[in-house]
Design a protein around this ligand. Structure first.
Ligand SMILES: [Zn+2]
Length: 296
């Protein structure tokens, strides 16, 4: 029992941390709602061959700004595989919300916001795991985003890629295909190397089993693609929405602070700290408290 109470040095600190988490939660929700990215921009990220190339995309630059505005910290891409992106946060503000936690990963909210951004704004559902955390004694926090392969294939390849795949299946060579589509051979090779990375073509630029399956079933995938303005064209609007939502959350927690809502007993502190770990959001935590108060 004592162990759990030690994670938060005082009841006031527990409440302060929960207040900051509430603000973060509303910032995340608002940011995700206002930041849908057009498929063609997500495709550019998916087609990157290196971490450096991925870091330079407009989409990642936007993502880094967005997460910093939310208050999650400074994102860095440290790995980009076809179905997996890893991110690092050097000095995570989320970690600092748990000053007394030692030997445990704490940044659930950072994982959750990455998952939401990928699934809701990029249409790339997947799972996110915090693989290293400063509070667990690691140098920095690291997050592994694993994406659903089918969703990645749906977005990564465009009509020209599909035409190239069809050309290869029909037995045409590089020169013929590039001529057919009025492309330089260099351009064609560049695209073919991306198809190789996606295991559609093998090292000899022949079609693979995955490539054949994609060709057979991939044609009808997705349907007509939506095009709209990328969210980074209106960053000011997103920033304003985020600050409005966090000041609302702040006002809410400040009012809640003014009058003590319940008598502080040691039992309550321990229970609240326990519940806080199990609850996904402050709202959920509050509803649990309300329920247990009503049951008493
Ligand atoms: Zn962490």
């Amino acid at each position: 029992m004592k162990n759990h109470a030690d994670e938060f040095s005082s009841f006031a600190e527990t409440i302060a941390s929960l207040g900051s988490l509430t603000k973060l939660e509303s910032a995340v929700a608002t940011a995700i709602k206002t930041s849908r990215v057009p498929p063609k921009e997500t495709r550019k990220l998916l087609k990157c061959m290196s971490v450096q190339e991925a870091s330079n995309t407009a989409l990642f630059q936007f993502m880094r700004d967005l997460f910093e505005k939310i208050g999650i910290g400074q994102l860095e891409i440290i790995r980009n595989d076809i179905f997996r992106f890893d991110f690092a946060i050097g000095d995570s503000p989320v970690c600092r919300l748990y000053p007394h936690v030692k030997g445990k990963k704490t940044c659930y909210i950072s994982s959750e916001s990455l998952a939401q951004f990928f699934s809701k704004d990029l249409s790339l559902p997947g799972t996110v795991e915090e693989t290293a955390c400063r509070n667990a004694g690691d140098r920095r926090c690291e997050f592994a985003v694993s994406l659903q392969p089918l969703a990645v294939y749906q977005l990564a390849l465009d009509d020209m890629d599909k035409a190239i795949i069809a050309g290869v299946i029909d037995g045409h060579d590089k020169a013929q295909i590039s001529q057919q589509h009025e492309m330089t051979e260099e351009e064609m090779l560049f695209r073919m190397n991306i198809l190789r990375r996606y295991k559609i073509l093998d090292d000899g630029y022949r079609i693979t089993e995955i490539g054949e399956t994609y060709h057979k079933y991939g044609e009808g995938m997705g349907g007509a693609e939506e095009d709209f303005q990328p969210p980074w064209r209106d960053m000011a609007k997103i920033s304003n929405a985020i600050s409005a939502s966090t000041s609302f959350a702040e006002a809410f927690t400040e009012t809640a602070d003014k009058e003590p809502l319940w008598d502080v007993k040691e039992k309550d502190i321990v229970n609240l700290a326990e519940e806080a770990k199990k609850s996904k959001s402050f709202a959920e935590l509050l509803s649990k408290r309300v329920k247990s108060d009503m049951e008493e």
